[in-house]
Design a protein around this ligand. Structure first.
Ligand code: ADP
Ligand code: ASP
Ligand code: MG
Length: 422
C-alpha cells in the first residue's frame, strides 16, 4: 500500500479536487488517500469557535454560512446538475457544527475540547466530498473515519496517538472492508470515549506518516503546491532551488527549524520503519520532487534558509541570583512542557536562560508560573532565521540592517532571533 496526502491548497476548489482524482486514478495499486480540510477551512472554523465562545451569535451564523457556501460552491462547480445527495451529506455536518456551537454555553466545555469538536469537521467535509467524487469516477473506495480509527489520548488540540490500539482498529476495519482506495481525514482523531481530537495545526502530514507506519506502507507522498523541498520558502526567496534528496535527519532539522513544507512530527514514524517520504508538486504530478530516506548519495551542497515565524524570546534570570543549576533547569523545562510551549532555541549563561518559543495561547499561563522562580522578560513579534551551510558573506548579507536579539552559530549552522515578522 502507498499513502498519498493532499493538503488544503490541493483541494481548495473544484479544479483542485478533479486534479486530485486524476492523480489518484493513475495509481494502480492499493492506496490510502489522506485529505486535509479544503482551502482555509480550518482557519474559518477557528474563527467560528471564537465567535461562538464570545456569544456573537449573529456573526457566528454568518461565519457558518460562509463555510457552507464555500463547500456548496465547490460541489456546484463539480456537479452543476445532480449535486443534492452530496450537499445533503455536507449539510448534516454543518448542522452538527451549528448544534454544538449553539449549545456551547449550556455544555460549558473546556476550550480545547470544544475547539476540536468544531474544527475536526473541516476534514470530515472534505473527505465526504472526495469519497463521492471518486465514486462517481468509478474509483471504488472506502471511507475511514479517523475519529474512530485513530485513537488518541485526550490532550485536545495536540492529541497523542495511541499506536497499538489505532493499528488494531485500522487493520480490523480495513480487513472487513477490502478496497483498492481508502479515504482518510488528516489532522483528526478521537478519544476512546468517542470525542473528536486534533493533532495540532498542519497535522495532516503527520497523520499520513502515522497511518503509513501502522499499515507498513511502502511509501508516503505528500503532494504540495511547490516542486518539493527547496533550499528556502519560495514565498520569501523567489530563486529557491529544489533539493532532490534528503536524509530523515536533514528533514527533521529543516522541519524543526520551521520549514513549513513538512510538519516536524512527520519524519519519526517513517524513519522508524524506513518508509521513504516523497514531496511532489500536485500541479506537475510527473515531476520527481524530493525523496527523504535513510541515506542519500549526495549531501546538500547549497545553503538552506529557514524562517520560523511568530517567535517569542523569553529570558529568565534566577531571582535569588543563584546559578541556573540542573534542578532549576529541570523545573523550567517541566513547566514549558506542561504548558505546551514549543521551544525553537535555547541559550544559557551563568544566571540567565533564554528560550525562544512559538507564540501560543498558553504562553501567559506559563510565564505566570515562571515568575514565581525567575525574573522574566520577553520580546514578541520575532522570527528565527536558520541558515545551514553558511559562510560569513551569506550571514552578512542576510542579517544586514536587521535587529538581531540573539545569535547562535555552530560550524554548519547559524541561527538568529530577529526583530521582524515574516
Ligand atoms: P499543505 O497544502 O500540505 O498544507 P503547506 O502550505 O503547509 O502545505 O506547505 C507548503 C508551503 O510550504 C509552500 O507553499 C511553501 O511556501 C512553504 N515552504 C516553506 N519552506 C519551504 C521549503 N524549504 N521548501 C518548500 N516549500 C516551503
Ligand atoms: N487542516 C489542518 C490545518 O489547516 C491540518 C492540515 O492542513 O494539515 O491546520
Ligand atoms: Mg498546511
Amino acid at each position: 500500500m502507498k499513502v498519498y496526502k493532499f493538503g488544503g491548497a490541493s483541494v481548495r476548489n473544484a479544479a483542485g479536487v478533479r486534479n486530485v482524482v486524476s492523480i489518484v486514478s493513475k495509481e494502480a495499486g492499493e492506496l490510502l488517500v489522506v485529505v486535509s480540510a479544503m482551502g482555509k477551512t480550518t482557519n474559518a472554523l477557528e474563527r467560528l469557535v471564537s465567535l461562538s465562545l464570545s456569544g456573537e451569535d449573529e456573526l457566528m451564523l454568518r461565519q457558518l454560512n460562509d463555510i457552507r457556501e464555500y463547500h456548496y460552491g465547490i460541489i456546484n462547480d463539480l456537479y452543476p446538475c445532480g449535486h443534492q445527495f452530496l450537499q445533503n451529506k455536507i449539510e448534516v455536518i454543518l448542522q452538527h457544527i451549528h448544534d454544538i456551537c449553539k449549545a456551547v454555553e449550556k455544555l460549558q466545555p473546556d476550550y480545547d475540547s470544544f475547539y476540536d469538536s468544531v474544527v475536526s469537521c473541516g476534514e470530515l467535509m472534505s473527505t465526504r466530498i472526495m469519497l463521492y467524487v471518486l465514486d462517481r469516477e468509478g474509483q471504488e473506495n472506502v471511507f475511514l473515519d479517523m475519529t474512530k480509527l485513530l485513537v488518541t489520548d485526550n490532550t485536545f488540540r495536540e492529541a497523542r496517538p495511541q499506536m497499538s490500539e489505532s493499528e488494531h482498529a485500522l487493520r480490523t476495519y480495513i480487513g472487513q472492508h477490502p478496497s483498492r482506495i481508502y479515504v482518510a481525514q488528516g489532522f483528526i482523531g478521537g478519544t476512546r470515549d468517542g470525542k473528536p481530537t486534533t493533532l495540532g495545526r498542519e497535522g495532516s502530514d503527520y497523520t499520513a506518516a502515522l497511518l503509513a507506519n501502522m499499515l507498513d506502507a511502502e511509501s508516503v507522498t505528500i503532494w504540495k503546491d511547490v516542486d518539493g523541498v527547496l533550499n528556502a520558502d519560495p514565498r520569501l526567496f523567489p530563486d529557491a532551488t529544489l533539493i532532490s534528496e534528503l536524509t530523515y535527519f536533514d528533514a527533521v532539522e529543516l522541519a524543526y527549524s520551521g520549514a513549513q513544507v513538512i510538519h516536524p512530527k512527520t519524519i519519526r514514524p517513517l524513519e522508524n520503519k524506513h518508509i521513504p517520504l516523497y514531496v511532489r508538486p500536485f500541479l506537475s504530478p510527473d515531476a520527481q520532487g524530493t525523496v527523504i530516506k535513510d541515506t542519500t548519495a549526495k549531501p546538500i551542497d547549497i545553503p538552506v534558509y529557514i524562517w520560523r515565524k511568530n517567535q517569542v524570546l523569553v529570558t529568565l534570570r534566577a531571582k535569588d541570583f543563584s546559578f541556573v543549576l540542573e534542578d532549576s533547569l529541570n523545573r523550567l523545562f517541566e513547566t514549558i512542557y506542561r504548558n505546551r510551549l514549543k521551544v525553537s532555541l535555547i541559550q544559557s549563561s551563568a544566571v540567565t536562560v533564554s528560550v525562544c518559543v512559538d507564540k501560543s495561547r498558553y504562553l501567559d499561563a506559563a510565564l505566570e508560573e515562571l515568575r514565581e522562580e525567575y525574573k522574566v522578560t520577553f520580546n514578541e513579534g520575532l522570527s528565527l532565521l536558520t541558515i545551514r551551510g553558511t559562510t560569513p558573506e551569506i550571514i552578512a548579507a542576510q542579517t544586514a540592517e536587521k535587529q538581531i536579539l540573539l545569535s547562535q552559530t555552530t560550524r554548519r549552522t547559524a541561527r538568529f532571533v530577529i526583530k521582524e515578522e515574516v
